[in-house]
Design a protein around this ligand. Structure first.
Ligand code: HEM
Length: 591
């Protein structure tokens, strides 16, 4: 219910008084300064008692009204996005509370706990998927809700306060989602948080103190994990809940902005005409919302059970920086802005401004009209801001603006030091069990030439290799050719991908170690080794022309660079999806 407007104040002091009365009334419904004064003075309340209005007009009374204006329930206006933001907040709270039962915030066990949740805990994988995807969807829905309220000018008087609490909610939602990032204690978690907290460190004056406060020590460790955990499960959700309550209370007080204000009253379709029609809360609205909750929950469970899996990377390793460390999608714009220049200017001054300027929007935009036709500048600025954010987010992508070296990319794509490469995607048993070397010689514009040999250089018949291995070799050839075409420092390479047996499968029996034999009487392999070797012309930049040229020896011969990386493919890691198995049970060598 809208508050009674205060009397128009004349002088600056009276204006200030008027503002204070208004502020007091918006926090304590209908209790103006006069009522507060009489409470403090212990005076008897007049009749009808204005203090009772606090109860009748208060938050709880207003949580849901007896009837909603028809204009507010139109799905094509709000798209139910505010409602859905709350739905996902509750979903996160429920799934998070259950996950907490199985999770310990310590670097020693956090990762193992995550594996246990995924593999051992009944429906644990589903819960984790729902919690993870739910966090992303919540951020997306909150952003869409913000866009809706921006484009329909719902931030304008008298709804400025709703908007300001909304922007704080957006920041809280982003931080809440990011604070959960570290908890799995995998490589993604560790490095995303390393980047995040070292950005804080770049801030002048309080930078290193903030970083220390966040990390709880010089390095990311047990203290950091505990801090992020407590922020994630307690401080931030409580703050968010408080802000949602205030936000929604303000929405209820001011009511949702009417649709008809967006159009001129003489709109030929009649959209500019106000309607006083209402929808009864019970049964219409309640039934609709219950149906929506059931539908959304079922759809979300199905998506997370059948179609989507949250990734768990390898255990956090401070010694190995992953090739492409990437911020979560909703912070890519910040990562992108950092690529344009100074860390302090772009990251710490302009970055926060992107979030803080919108907070003052209702006070910056002095145009009182909500009509689309009167807001051409605001609508165009909204679209331009979106294009700008889209572009800087694109720039935040790891491949943008960073000079890639073809040789490094091929090594990490096929046999990365950390995590899974393309070779790991081939079923283990489909990879050759005898040494096979696939060699590609590539040049710009030409067709690459290839050979398949054993380790002594003797040809290996193509039909002896599985279709999956052929597919792997084809992909290798395409990657090499691709990088030859786009990286002029990767010249005339000879690239080899070698697969060779490494160790045999062994079993303890009667105190003795025995090699396990396969059905054909041959020893079974436990580990295969995949090695990528790249030999290409070494280059340097000509100082005068700036051209990249091949380095040559005194006799005019090209000099060569060589890069090599190997990966050990364990039989266990290729038994289908090993996380499906009982992770805590000891594995039988004969699996
Ligand atoms: C956790 C986050 C949020 C929740 C749960 C939430 C919830 C809601 C709900 C339930 C409504 C009622 C109408 C509707 O569904 O549109 C609403 C309205 C509104 N919200 Fe939010 N909101 C959130 C974040 C935000 C953000 C980030 C902004 C903008 C910066 C914002 C600005 C507004 C405004 C201006 C209205 C009034 C709309 C109107 O009168 O047409 N909210 N919010």
């Amino acid at each position: 219910m809208a508050t009674r407007p205060a009397r128009r104040p004349e002088g600056p002091v009276q204006r200030l008084k008027g503002a204070l009365v208004e502020a007091s009334r918006s926090i304590f419904p209908s209790m103006g300064a006069a009522e507060w004064r009489s409470v403090i003075r212990g005076e008897a309340a007049p009749r009808p008692n204005p203090r009772m209005r606090v109860h009748t007009n208060s938050f709880w009374y207003h949580i849901r009204p007896r009837a909603l204006p028809l204009e507010a329930t139109a799905w094509y206006y709000t798209f139910g996005l505010g409602w859905m933001s709350f739905f996902f907040f509750v979903l996160e709270a429920i799934t998070g509370a259950i996950l907490m039962v199985y999770y310990t915030p310590s670097p020693l066990v956090a990762y193992a706990d995550m594996q246990k949740i995924i593999s051992d805990v009944p429906l644990g994988r589903l819960l984790r998927n729902m919690h993870r995807l739910g966090a992303h969807v919540m951020v997306a829905v909150v952003i869409l809700h913000m866009l809706r309220t921006y484009f329909t000018a719902s931030y304008k008087a008298p709804r400025q306060f709703i908007w300001v609490t909304g922007v704080i909610l957006l920041i809280l939602t982003l931080v809440l989602s990011f604070s959960g990032y570290l908890l799995p204690w995998d490589q993604l978690a560790y490095w995303a948080v390393t980047i995040g907290s070292s950005m804080a460190e770049a801030a002048p004056l309080f930078g290193s103190a903030t970083n220390l406060l966040l990390r709880g020590g010089v390095d990311i460790g047990a203290g950091t994990l505990l801090r992020f955990y407590l922020l994630h499960i307690f401080a931030l959700p409580m703050l968010t809940l408080l802000l949602i309550s205030i936000h929604y209370y303000a929405v209820r007080k001011q009511e949702i902005s009417p649709i008809h204000e967006l159009f001129a009253p003489d709109n030929p379709r009649g959209w500019g005409k106000p309607t006083r029609r209402k929808v009864p809360f019970l049964p219409d609205q309640v039934f609709f919302e219950i149906a929506l909750i059931v539908l959304l929950t079922f759809a979300f469970v199905a998506i997370n059970y059948f179609f989507w899996d949250a990734h768990l990377e390898s255990h956090a390793n401070p010694g190995v920086t992953p090739q492409h460390t990437k911020a979560p999608w909703y912070f890519l714009w910040l990562q992108g802005m950092l690529k344009f220049g100074d860390k302090i200017l772009f990251g710490l001054i302009l970055g926060p401004l992107v979030l803080l300027v919108p907070m003052f929007l209702p006070y910056l935009d002095r145009n009182p009209s909500r009509r689309f036709a009167d807001r051409k500048v605001a609508l165009a600025s909204g679209v331009l801001s979106l294009i700008f954010l889209g572009y800087v987010s694109y720039a935040g992508w790891p491949t943008y603006g960073i000079q890639q070296t073809g040789s490094q990319e091929i090594l990490t794509d096929f046999v990365p030091i950390e995590g899974e490469g393309i070779v790991d995607h081939v079923t283990w048993s489909e990879l050759p069990s005898t040494p096979v070397v696939y060699q590609v010689k590539a040049t710009i514009g030409g067709d690459p030439t290839t050979t398949i040999t054993d380790s002594n250089g003797n040809p290996v018949p193509e039909e002896s290799l599985s279709a999956e291995t052929h597919h792997l070799f084809d992909e290798f050839r395409e990657h090499v050719q691709h990088w030859v075409e786009i990286d002029n420092r990767f010249r005339n390479p000879t690239a080899t991908l070698a697969i060779e047996p490494w160790t045999y499968l062994q079993r303890e029996e009667g105190g003795e170690t025995q090699v396990v034999l396969g059905p054909n009487g041959q020893p079974e392999l436990a580990i295969k080794k995949a090695t990528v070797t790249l030999v290409f012309e070494a280059t340097e930049v000509n100082e005068e022309t700036g051209e990249v040229v091949t380095r040559t020896t005194a006799t005019g011969e090209p000099e060569y660079s060589r890069s090599q990386q190997a990966d050990f493919l364990h039989r266990d890691s290729h038994l289908g999806n090993n996380l499906e198995e009982n992770a805590s049970a000891p594995r039988d060598a004969q699996d």
